[in-house]
Design a protein around this ligand. Sequence first.
Ligand code: G4P
Length: 542
Amino acid sequence: MSHAPRTAEEVRRRRTFAIISHPDAGKTTLTEKLLLFSGAIQIAGSVKARKASRHATSDWMEIEKQRGISVASSVMQMQYREHVINLLDTPGHKDFSEDTYRVLTAVDSALMVIDAANGVEAQTRRLIEVCRQRDTPIITFVNKMDREVRDPLDILDEVERELGMPCVPMTWPVGQGKSFGGIINLRTQAMTVFESGSERRPQDFESIPVSDRATLQARFGSEFDTAMDSMELATGASPAFDREAFLAGKQTPVFFGSGVNNFGVMEVLDALVDLAPSPKARTSALNGVTKDVQPEDDAFSGVVFKVQANMDANHRDRIAFVRVASGQYQPGMKLKVQRTAKELRPTSVVTFMSQRREAVEEAYAGDIVGFTTHGGVQLGDTITDGSVALQYTGLPFFAPELFMTVVLKNPLRTKQLQQGLAQLGEEGAIQVFKPEMGGNMLLGAVGQLQFEVVQHRLKSEYDADVRLEGCQYTGARWITADTPAELKAFCDAYPQRLARDAADTLAYLCTSPYDVRLAQERFPKIHFHPLREHAGLALEQH
Ligand code: G4P
C-alpha cells in the first residue's frame, strides 16, 4: 500500500485523547482551559455553561432537547503548536453509560484528572480498567492544589496502586492550599510561581530557577525545603521518564496544578503534544485474515464507536461517530459499510470544531467524523472508501451491572417494542437480553440513565409504552465452551439463567459475584466473559 506523504504528515501532527475523571474533579474546567489556551475558544465559561444547563435539569425531555448540544460537546478539536488535538469527553454522573467506556476505544491516550483531596475515585477506576486493558498511555493531572489537599507523596502512592504502574512526576508542588507556592518543573528545573485568578495566561506566571535557592527560600520559606525533600523522595522512588514505557501504558507522567486558576495547564497541553502518541496502526480481522492497518495507508477507513439518535425523532436520523483509522476523508467520497457491503450515503458529514459542528473538509487518522444517516450503520461497523475489505476489532460490549425487566403496557404494540429494542440495541443505547426460557425481555446497562433514555425513546419513537421493573440480576457473563457437549451440559444445568443478547450471543445471568464463581467451579471448562466484541467477532478470552 502506498503512503501519501501529506497523509503521513497529517497523522504525525494528530493527538486524540479522552479526559477521564470522577465527577467534580475538575474535568470541565480543565477542558475549557485547554480549549482557551490553544485558542479554540475565546472566552471562558462556555463549556461550563453547557455543563450547567445539562445538569440543571433532571427531566429527560429536557435532556433530549439538549441532545444536539451534547453531541457537539462530546468531541472537540483544537490546534496547538502545529498539532491537531482531538479531545473526547467521557460523560460522568448520571450520563455514565456504555458510551463512556467505548469512547476510550477511539483515543490514543487518556488524560486522568484527579482531585488532590480525594485521590482516585470510583468512576475513574472503571475507566482506568478499560485503559489498562488496551494499554492506553495515561497522563495524570492532580488538580486543586490551591485547596487543602493530601500530601503529594500519598497521592502518587495511590495513583500507582490504582493504575498498577509507576508514577513519574514531571512537576512537583510547593505547598498547598493557602500556602500553595507553585510547581517545580523537573525538566527545566525552574519553579513557576502560583497566583490565583482566572485571568492570567499560563505564560504570564513568574518563573524562578531552582538554582536561585536563596530567592526561593526567602519567598517560600520552609515550604520550599519540604517540597525539595519530598520531590527528592518521589524521584528517588520512581523510574526516570521513559517515553517507550509511557506509550506502552507502563508508567504515567504526573503533573500538579489548579485548573480553575489556569495553573499547570500549559504543562499538560505541552505534554499532549510532546509526549502523547499520534495515531497508530489498528487491527482488522476479517474472514480469518488479521492485519494491522497503518494510519498513513491510502485507503480511507474508520470505525463507528458511537451511534447517537439525532434531534428529530420523526426522522430516525442517527449520527454515527467514526474514528478515522487510515487514509484521508474528503467530502463526496464513496463510502461502504463492510458488514453489509452497502454504500453509505450520509445526509450530512460533520466534524467537531471546539463547540460548533462544521462540514468536514478533510479528516485523517485520529479525527472524529460524524455521519448523519437514516440507518444502515451499527456500532462497531467499519466504513471504508470501498477499495479495501476491513473489519476493525476492539469495540467492547461490557457485561451490564444493572438490569430491568420490560413490561409492555399495551400487548398490541409487541412488534413496535421488538423493533425499538432491536434498533436501540444496535445503537448501543442499551443491551437487550431475551431469556431462553421465555418471559419478558431484560434490559442491561452500566448507567441508570440508559434505562430512562430507552423508556422515553421507546414511547416517543416507537409508540411502545413500557414499564420497567426491577429484577434479581446484578450481572451477566457471555458463555463459550471448547466443545458443544460441555456447553450443553452447562445449559442443562442452568436453563433458567440463560439469555441471548441482540447479537444472539449466549449469556449467563447472575444474582451475585458468587454465582459466577460457583458456576465456574462446577464447570471449569466453560469460559465466562465479562466483555464481548462487535457482533460476528470472536469473544476475547479471559
Ligand atoms: P467536573 O467536570 O469534573 O465535574 O468538574 P468541574 O470542572 O465542573 O469542577 C468541579 C468544581 O471544582 C467546580 O466548582 C470548579 O470550579 C472547581 N474546581 C475546578 N478546578 C479547581 C481548582 O483547581 N481549584 C479549586 N479550588 N476548585 C476547582 P463548583 O463550585 O462546582 O462550580 P463553580 O461555581 O465554581 O463553577
